[in-house]
Design a protein around this ligand. Structure first.
Ligand code: ZN
Length: 137
C-alpha cells in the first residue's frame, strides 16, 4: 500500500479523504491566519462534499481535545527527558511553572495545526478512501 493511499496521508497532508488529491483547505499554510478556517466546500479533484451537514465539524472538538491532551503528555515527557539529561539545573524543567508555560506556549504555537488536523481526522472517520476517485483526472 502506497503512503498516499493511507488515511494518515490524508490527515497529515490535509487532503480529501475520498480521493487523497484535493485539498481540504483553501490555503495550505495554516499560519496564514485569515484563511485558517476556510475549507473548500467540495473537493477540487473529485467533488466530495466537505460539509456533509450543518455543524458537521462540531464533533471535531472532541478530536481537538484528544490532540491537546496528547500534546500536553508529549510536552511533559519531553521536559522530564531533557531534565534527566542534566544540561541545566536539575528540577528546573520539571517544575510545574516551567511545564505550564511550555505547554501553553506549545499549544498557542500549534493551535492552527491542531484546528486543521482535528477537522482532517474527523472527516476521515466518516469518509473512506476510494482508489477509483483517486485515479480520476
Ligand atoms: Zn476528492
Amino acid at each position: 500500500m502506497a503512503w498516499k493511499d493511507t488515511m494518515l496521508y490524508s490527515i497529515f497532508a490535509e487532503k480529501c479523504p475520498k480521493c487523497h488529491e484535493g485539498d481540504l483547505f483553501e490555503v495550505r499554510n495554516a499560519y496564514k491566519l485569515k484563511s485558517l478556517t476556510k475549507m473548500n466546500k467540495r473537493c477540487p479533484h473529485c467533488g466530495e462534499n466537505f460539509q456533509p451537514e450543518p455543524g458537521f465539524y462540531f464533533g471535531a472538538a472532541y478530536v481537538s481535545y484528544a490532540l491537546t491532551v496528547a500534546l500536553w503528555v508529549a510536552v511533559i515527557v519531553a521536559l522530564i527527558t531533557f531534565d534527566a539529561l542534566g544540561w541545566i539545573e536539575y528540577g528546573f524543567l520539571t517544575h510545574p511553572a516551567t511545564s505550564l508555560i511550555t505547554g501553553v506556549v506549545m499549544l498557542l504555537l500549534l493551535l492552527p495545526v491542531l484546528y486543521r488536523q482535528s477537522r482532517a481526522i474527523w472527516i476521515n472517520l466518516f469518509v473512506k478512501f476510494d482508489p477509483e476517485k483517486h485515479k480520476k483526472v
